[in-house]
Design a binder for this molecule. Structure first.
Ligand SMILES: Cc1cc2nc3c(=O)[nH]c(=O)nc-3n(C[C@H](O)[C@H](O)[C@H](O)COP(=O)(O)OP(=O)(O)OC[C@H]3O[C@@H](n4cnc5c(N)ncnc54)[C@H](O)[C@@H]3O)c2cc1C
Ligand code: SF4
Ligand code: SF4
Length: 377
């Protein structure tokens, strides 16, 4: 990753050469909104003006600049909770929102929306950063202050959302306590801000009080997705997308004219290239992480429930509060779920390591990662 200069550039020049030009940019937008030079435009992070400062918050917080994952874990979690495959785990639960209206709007069980609404209504946070889709399938960052408005932003947008930029903007406003719903790459950027704020950036980053993470297999390239859906569903109105467990080998497109299934091979062709270099399936740097449930009851039941990993003390507090207030319903964790999650998460790390060493041309050079940080047998 050394660019060969005597003094290694660590600002925008570094980001351009080592992340943007290398197809490694996740679109997390942690580098957007901190200076006038970088912007997010229609699924891409773009440089408007060159900046030759040798240090920048863009590089410091980028999830694709070298990260000391062990130091981040040490700063954010109880070392007794750490596992090689899944990061910190205090507990694994199967839950759904108790409120049927929230479940009706949600991607799966509505756990994420219920937790964010609870954090707002209890005053744990005063603002929430969520994502909001539009008719062109692009995703925008949304800042919400009213718990009643959280469910209006429910559902998964399978393209990246400019969450980092929305947090950066909000944290420079009057908001004092911010909660963020984040994918794993976004959560890693936020963890860097939380654990190692750049000099002078401490007050702003300390406003981050809660990160609710999403499990993430991959995100799709927006242009590719638009083209694929135009071909497969024509003019039908798209109500939502979902990815059932891998044995179904498809993406579901829910439209006003019914459901269309698209073969997973076609979908994989439009995965964002940067997702092939991602090590994190379960959002290890969140306070708690949420994905779809898996159980012997099968997808038709599981799609209405979530699997939740509680990671930090703040995450545990929120989960306990949700139980106490009856905001979430709980059901028994199926036997073997933790092992299945471990195996799937380890598989993503192995693929990431293989793809990064292919890219660097050196089995020992994992570009932004250290081998020992993502090794699991
Ligand atoms: C790109 C992507 C890939 C995913 N891959 C997997 C996977 O492989 N396996 C798995 O189990 N789960 C995956 N998920 C998570 C899953 O789709 C659900 O978000 C999760 O199960 C929570 O369900 P819920 O009903 O509690 O969420 P909801 O209550 O519907 O809340 C979802 C929240 O996520 C926010 N959001 C939506 N899209 C984005 C986005 N692109 N970026 C940031 N925030 C967003 C919404 O604003 C909302 O607050 C993925 C999600 C995304 C966005
Ligand atoms: S901070 Fe995020 S958006 Fe910016 S260059 Fe890095 S990965 Fe891309
Ligand atoms: S797969 Fe990784 S890089 Fe891609 S959107 Fe998900 S968390 Fe980000």
């Amino acid at each position: 990753m050394n660019m060969g200069n005597e003094v290694e550039q660590k600002g925008q020049v570094w980001i351009k050469q080592n992340v943007l030009d290398q197809d490694l940019c996740t679109g997390c937008t942690a580098c957007v909104g901190l200076c006038p030079y970088q912007k997010y435009h229609r699924d891409s992070t773009v440089i408007l003006h060159d900046c030759d400062r040798p240090f920048g918050r863009c590089e410091a917080y980028c999830p694709r600049s070298p990260s000391d994952l062990a130091a981040l874990n040490e700063a954010l979690f109880d070392p007794r909770d750490l596992t090689p495959e899944l990061g910190a785990i205090k507990g694994l639960y199967v839950t759904r929102a108790a409120d049927e209206k929230v479940r009706g709007a949600a991607q799966h069980g509505g756990t994420v929306s219920a937790l964010m609404a609870l954090a707002l209504s209890e005053g744990l946070i005063d603002s929430a950063v969520l994502a909001e889709g539009d008719a062109s399938l692009i995703s925008h960052g949304a800042s919400v202050q009213d718990a009643e408005q959280v469910a209006a932003k429910a559902g998964s947008r399978f393209v990246v959302s400019p969450t980092g930029a929305t947090f950066n903007q909000l944290s420079q406003s009057e908001a004092q306590a911010i909660g963020v719903v984040a994918t794993p790459c976004q959560a890693l950027a936020l963890a860097k801000m939380r654990a190692h704020p750049a000099p002078g950036d401490e007050e702003r980053t300390a406003k981050l009080k809660l990160v609710v993470g999403l499990f993430c297999g991959w995100a799709l390239d927006w242009r590719g997705l638009k083209a694929l859906l135009t071909e497969k569903v024509g003019q039908a109105e798209i109500l939502g997308l979902d990815i059932p467990p891998s044995k179904h080998k498809c993406m579901e497109v829910h439209t006003d004219k019914g459901m269309v299934e698209i073969g997973i091979d076609e979908v994989q062709e439009i995965v964002r290239p940067s997702c092939n270099y991602c090590f994190d399936m379960t959002c290890e740097f969140a306070d708690l992480s949420v994905g779809s449930a898996r159980s012997p009851e099968g997808w038709q039941v599981d799609r209405g429930w979530n699997q939740v990993i509680v990671r930090s003390a703040a995450g545990q507090e929120l989960m306990d509060l949700a139980r106490e207030k009856g905001v979430l319903e709980f059901k028994e964790l199926p036997e073997g779920n933790l092992e299945k999650l471990r195996a799937a998460a380890a598989g993503k790390k192995r693929t990431c390591a293989a793809n990064l060493s292919d890219k660097s041309g050196d089995p020992d050079d994992l570009l932004y990662l250290k081998g020992e940080d993502i090794s699991c047998q």
